[in-house]
Design a protein around this ligand. Sequence first.
Ligand code: FE2
Ligand code: FE2
Length: 166
Amino acid sequence: MTDKTEKNLSYAFAAESKAAIRNDAFAKRAEKDGYPQIARLFRAISDAESVHARRFLFLMRGKVGPTEENLGAAFQNEIKANVDEYPKLIKDAMDENNKTALQAFSHARDVESRHAELYKKAMNDMLAERHSKYYVCQVCGYIFEDSLPENCPVCGAPKSKFNLVE
Ligand SMILES: [Fe+2]
Ligand SMILES: [Fe+2]
C-alpha cells in the first residue's frame, strides 16, 4: 500500500468515527426533543458510519492485530491517556477556569486507569473460561464487572445510568 492510500484511510477512519459519535449524540437529542423516528434515523446512520470506520481501520497497516497484541496496545493507550494526555487537557481547563471541561477531562482521566486495570486482568487470564458482564457508566465511562453498586465511584451517577454489556 502506498503512503498516500494509508494516509487517506487514516483520514477517512477519523472522519467516519467522528460522524458515528456525532450522529449518536444527535439521536439522543432527537429522543429528548420528542422525535423518536428521527432518533432511529440518526442511530441507523451512526451505525452505518461505524461500518465505514471499521472497514477503513481493518485496511490500515498494523492497526488491528491478533487479540494478544490488541490487548497490549489498548492497555498502553489507556495508560498514555491517564498519565500523559488528559493531564495536559486538565491543566488547560484549570488555567481557563472552565469547570465543566475540567470535570469531564478529570472523570475521563480517572476512568482510563480503570480501563487499563480491566485490560491488565484480561491479559493475565486470556484463556480462563469466564463470562463476566460489564456495566458502563453513561456519564463518565467507568466500568463495573459483574455487579453494580448504588453509585458510580468516579462521577456519582446512580445505578440507572449504567448500560449493560453482556
Ligand atoms: Fe479508556
Ligand atoms: Fe460515572
